[in-house]
Write a protein that binds this ligand. Structure first.
Ligand code: B4P
Length: 188
């Protein structure tokens, strides 16, 4: 099938996790969510989990070197690099490291999708999820911090991928299935 690397970007609550599962299944890719991987480390109380827990609870970003090492070990275990990266890269340093990893593993990026959703809707979704799932970083203060971190650290990456002709902007509003269809259209 050949390598295929898709990035799924967007602010907290944009629907990255929701869409990653659907897109990965349809395109036969492995979805790698750095957020899910970190929550797994926290749940298993690993050394990385112990370092990440307090950082995630205040809505900050876990240091690049830890994240890159975690992603590297996943890529190393694959025979062929066919991945949907959900929530990675999130900083310019991570983007540079990803380029180096892909060069090392002989893989190329296909596209970077960004899900766009107005801030009031993001807050509404995350507060709703807090009520249902009780994720410790979905309280209002942390959500606000995660939004400001997104604007400062992650949003500049959109220009970086746009300049390479890789960025696809997709509205994340509406029914989940409609958002999936819009993403697939943007990739076709
Ligand atoms: P993530 O797990 O990536 O959390 P997130 O940005 O909030 O996205 P998430 O995937 O959970 O939300 P989604 O939009 O799917 O990161 C958590 C933390 O981990 C970060 O704050 C950071 O500390 C750390 N971290 C992760 N990656 C890192 C990295 N690379 N570098 C450093 N630190 C890192 O869904 C939100 C809600 O919306 C859900 O309840 C969903 O059901 C709902 N929803 C989805 N689509 C919808 C739709 N179309 N309509 C209505 N609701 C919808």
């Amino acid at each position: 099938m050949g390598s295929n690397v898709l990035l799924l970007m967007g602010p907290p609550g944009a629907g990255k996790g929701t869409q990653a599962a659907r897109l990965a299944e349809a395109a036969h890719l492995t979805a790698l969510s750095t957020g899910d991987m970190l929550r797994g480390h926290v749940a298993r109380n690993t050394e990385l989990g112990q370092q990440a827990k307090a950082i995630m609870e205040v809505g900050d970003l876990v240091p690049d070197d830890l994240i890159v090492a975690m992603v590297r070990s996943e890529l190393e275990s694959m025979n062929e690099i066919r991945v949907l990266l959900d929530g990675f890269p999130r900083t310019p340093g991570q983007a540079v490291a990803l380029d180096a990893l892909l060069a090392e593993f002989g893989a190329a990026m296909t596209a970077a999708i960004v899900l766009e959703v107005p801030e009031e809707e993001l807050v509404r979704r995350l507060v709703g999820r807090a009520e249902q799932e009780g994720r410790s970083d979905d309280n209002e203060a942390t959500v606000r911090k995660r939004m400001s971190v997104y604007h400062e650290a992650t949003k500049p990456l959109l220009d970086f991928y746009d300049a390479r002709g890789l960025l696809r902007r997709v509205s994340g509003l509406g029914e989940v299935a409609d958002v999936t269809a819009r993403i697939q259209e943007a990739l076709a």
